[in-house]
Design a protein around this ligand. Structure first.
Ligand code: KG4
Length: 340
């Protein structure tokens, strides 16, 4: 009999539900929340309310697009954390209630595990191309910057991670500081396409091993803009493309330096990226170029799986279900979740 998994994702400001049958994606529905735009960041209270409004229609739509009845489901996978507690509560409670009503197992998933396993989502009509174990995943989002060694669907070792800000945070905070808007990553990415990535230099951190640090470059940009604006009040306006391109290029330099080091140390040549920042065009292009130079096989997720989505939660849940896992109904969501 086929294993049909319903995935539910509600960790931040996207309500999403997806259906996967034996690893093949049947549907993936995402309701994004525009309500936060006016505030320059996600407002947790508003996010929880929007999830509460969206969850029933989103799940119904995912089932209907998949042509699946609730009674056909084998298990329900949901994001337990990390994320905003009020948001996670909506998805977790919904999964529990539906699991209880249908008398099927529920399976908790770490959101980051979803990003790491996104390459295993198979889509009808799309060539299946998956990394071989062990592979390295550069996991880069608004909350994380990690290099993870993946030895199996449920076997992970964090080889390096940020000791302060995440790289997505550096994009977001610097964009806000320059008055460019939120979320900063897509804005900086867009402006950078028109700019010169080698015009300005920003200090790179000197952190031993495979760890990252992104708080110094934020300060370096802040002082640079402040000093230049003191000389020319129009400096930012007249040079924002070059600033964005140079800043983004430095962030990607930092990410790639450690990734190359990790690949060299482990001898692993299958490299994937995941998380919101993996949508960045400079990172994607440079990782592919690095791969060609070093004989890596690189795997870049389709854009729709770089942002928060339930398809990746469903595929992670599918692997956990196959490993015989299920989660007790007294599980509570957690805002921080270190273990995969
Ligand atoms: O994984 P994600 O959707 O949410 C979590 O942090 O869990 O990642 C969001 C982050 C934000 O910091 C956003 O600015 C960044 O991903 N991001 C990008 C791009 N698109 C989204 N960063 C750089 N370039 C992009 N194109």
């Amino acid at each position: 009999m086929a294993d049909i998994i319903l995935g539910i994702e509600s960790s931040c400001d996207d309500t999403s539900a997806a259906v996967i049958r034996d690893g093949w994606l049947l549907s993936n529905v995402i309701a994004s929340q525009d309500v936060h735009k006016a505030y320059g960041g996600v407002v947790p209270e508003l996010a929880s309310r929007a999830h509460e409004l969206n969850i029933v229609p989103v799940v119904s739509e995912a089932l209907s697009r998949a042509g699946v009845q609730p009674a056909d489901l084998t298990a329900i996978a949901f994001t337990r954390g990390p994320g905003l507690l009020g948001s996670l509560l909506v998805g977790t409670s919904f999964a529990k209630a539906l699991g209880l009503a249908l008398d099927i197992p529920i399976i908790m998933v770490n959101h980051l595990q979803g990003h790491i396993l996104a390459d295993f989502i198979k889509e009808p009509g799309v060539e299946v191309r998956q990394p071989a174990f062990p592979y390295l995943c550069l996991l880069v989002s608004g909350g994380n910057s990690q290099i993870v060694r993946v030895d199996g669907p449920l076997e992970y070792t964090i080889l390096g991670q940020t000791i302060d800000d995440a790289v997505g945070e550096a994009f977001d905070k610097c964009s806000k500081m320059m008055g460019l808007g939120y979320p900063g990553g897509p804005v900086i990415d867009r402006l950078a396409k028109e700019g010169n990535p080698r015009r300005f230099k920003f200090a790179k951190p000197r952190i031993p091993g495979l760890d990252y640090s992104f708080s110094g470059i934020k300060t370096s940009l802040l002082y640079f803009v402040r000093d230049e604006m003191a000389k020319d009040p129009d400096f930012l306006q007249n040079n924002k493309e070059d600033i964005c391109a140079s800043f983004q290029n430095t962030l990607v330099d930092i990410l790639l330096d450690k990734l190359v080091k990790a690949a060299r140390q482990t001898g692993i040549k299958d490299i994937t990226i995941g998380g919101g920042v993996s949508a960045n065009s400079c990172l994607r292009g440079r990782i592919e170029a690095e791969g060609r130079k070093r004989g890596w096989r690189t795997f870049l997720p389709p854009f729709k799986f770089t942002t928060d989505n339930a398809a990746m939660i469903a595929i992670a849940g599918y692997f956990r279900y196959q490993a015989g896992e299920s989660t007790p109904l007294d599980v509570a969501p957690v805002s921080r979740m270190a273990n995969f």
